[in-house]
Design a protein around this ligand. Structure first.
Ligand code: IMP
Ligand code: MG
Length: 173
């Protein structure tokens, strides 16, 4: 695959450093645990793996599948649940783990769905935030990096299922 159209926006080193800071914030907010991490498939899988490993708290991990994008670069506005949670979150302290908040449509839908499952608390951790593109109001409790309105890939993020394995977050020009 030609990689000349990729420009590193956030290096793997910066990502790891920021994740350690985010982990410390989460630990301060959950002094006892357990913390129930819910990764949104598929883009969050790399971030979740690294975030989970900096948390010195009892931690549970589950995944939920949501699709709103198809193969394009912007949301279709239509969201569907493609994989539900394996484990009940009733009474749990939940942290939703997302790769990027763009329009806010995905998380808006997910928060609504998960609130009905009666967790004790629910927070949102996102590696990346593109606030310029919001169609729905949505603010995360833990934000790794706020980025400009550019399409990024790598570190879990894809374009038509490619580039998820890149160690850096790159702009796809
Ligand atoms: P939202 O519903 O528009 O907030 O979109 C969130 C989802 O869209 C993310 O979980 C990503 O899967 C995808 N997405 C949004 N922006 C980008 C991007 O720049 N690169 C890759 N995927 C993106
Ligand atoms: Mg996603």
């Amino acid at each position: 695959m030609p990689e000349s159209n990729l420009r590193v926006l956030i290096s793997a080193d910066r990502i790891q450093q920021r994740i350690r800071e985010m982990g410390a914030q989460i630990e301060a907010d959950f002094p006892t645990g357990p913390v129930h991490l819910i990764g949104i498939l598929k883009g969050s899988f790399v971030f979740l793996a690294d975030l989970a490993r900096v948390l010195r708290r009892p931690t549970r991990i589950d995944f939920i599948g949501i699709s709103s994008y198809g193969k394009g670069k912007s949301t279709s506005g239509e969201v569907k649940l493609t994989k539900d949670l394996d484990v009940s979150i009733e009474g749990c302290d939940v942290v939703i783990v997302e790769d990027i908040i763009d329009s806010g449509v995905t998380l808006n839908y997910l928060v609504h769905v998960l609130e009905q499952r009666r967790p004790r608390s629910m927070r949102i951790a996102t590696l990346l935030d593109k606030p310029e593109r919001r169609l729905r109001p949505m603010a995360a409790d833990y934000v790794g990096f706020t980025i400009p309105d550019e399409f990024v890939v790598g570190y879990g993020l894809d374009y038509a299922e490619n580039y998820r394995n890149l160690p850096d977050v790159c702009v796809l020009e």
